[in-house]
Design a protein around this ligand. Structure first.
Ligand SMILES: [Zn+2]
Length: 278
């Protein structure tokens, strides 16, 4: 391409601007307002592609089964539209936490079931059960906190790390991969995929998901105080209903609520900037 007078100047300005953007991108983790550690190194033992494929496969099975039973809410269901609208505000901020997410094909579905449950499988496959919306009577801000939390589990690759840890030591895994061929590693993830929906995360993974989710939701303009009201509702529901699966894997004790409360001020500026309340 031939560059003449003004265009040459313009181009170097654009290049400078691009350089600035690139360095801002590299510094993105430092922009995080909540303080969380690095993702677990153990996750590197399982290929990200494999765990995302397992997530997609599991999600397809679940939605097909739900549809066959008449439990999958149609695309024009008001609550499906609402959930997808909230997801559309959150997902633009996902790649800041995991560059792979820029390529994810996010999906959001609603399962008609009284269960208090929601999840996001590796690769960005989200499901809400109608019980969590109806029984907890969630506001949009509170839905965003649940969704942000679940998205954070996927973005921070907690399932990938858990599958790797469940598979034993890295030595055993790489030895197995050598003997059986690399395809077996994929099988491992696929087998683990049968459990992805009910996977129980560690307490530290839960805190990590709470904080990353809180920041995601704040950047999308959702009130971070809703994280506190959400978990208070969860606490009441677990008192009333005992060991429901989501509530048993997501204990809403005073620790959880206190950590969230102490992090609300860290993301409040993001929320105000995003929602025009600054
Ligand atoms: Zn969780």
């Amino acid at each position: 391409m031939r560059l003449s007078g003004p265009w040459r100047g313009r181009r170097s300005f654009l290049l400078l601007a691009a350089g600035g953007a690139a360095s801002a991108l590299a510094a993105a983790p430092a922009l995080a307002q909540v303080s969380v550690g690095k993702s677990s190194m153990a996750r590197n033992l399982v290929p990200a592609d494999d765990i995302e494929q397992a997530g997609a496969q599991q999600y397809t099975e679940l939605t097909l089964q739900a549809r066959a039973k008449g439990m999958l809410a149609p695309d024009d269901h008001p609550q499906v539209k609402r959930l997808r609208g909230i997801a559309a505000r959150l997902t633009p901020f996902a790649a800041q936490w995991n560059p792979r997410a820029a390529q994810w094909k996010w999906e959001v579905n609603l399962i008609g079931s009284p269960q208090i449950n929601a999840f996001c499988l590796p690769g960005g496959k989200i499901a809400f059960y109608s019980g969590i919306l109806d029984q907890l009577n969630l506001s949009d801000d509170e839905v965003a906190m649940v969704m942000g939390h679940e998205m954070a589990h996927a973005l921070r690759e907690h399932a990938r790390a858990r599958v790797a840890k469940n598979a034993g030591t890295g030595a055993a895994l790489s030895l197995g991969a050598q003997i059986l061929g690399l395809g077996q590693v994929g099988d491992l993830a696929a087998r683990a995929g049968t459990e992805l929906i009910t996977l129980k995360f560690s307490r530290s993974d839960e805190t990590d998901a709470d904080l990353v989710g809180l920041e995601l939701a704040a950047r999308a303009g959702y009130d971070p105080r809703a994280s506190v009201t959400l978990w208070r509702k969860m606490a009441t529901a677990s008192k009333n209903q005992g060991g429901l699966s989501f509530l048993s894997t997501h204990p809403s004790g005073s620790d959880r609520i206190r950590i969230l409360e102490s992090n609300v001020p860290k993301v409040d500026g993001l929320y105000r900037a995003a929602s025009g309340r600054g």
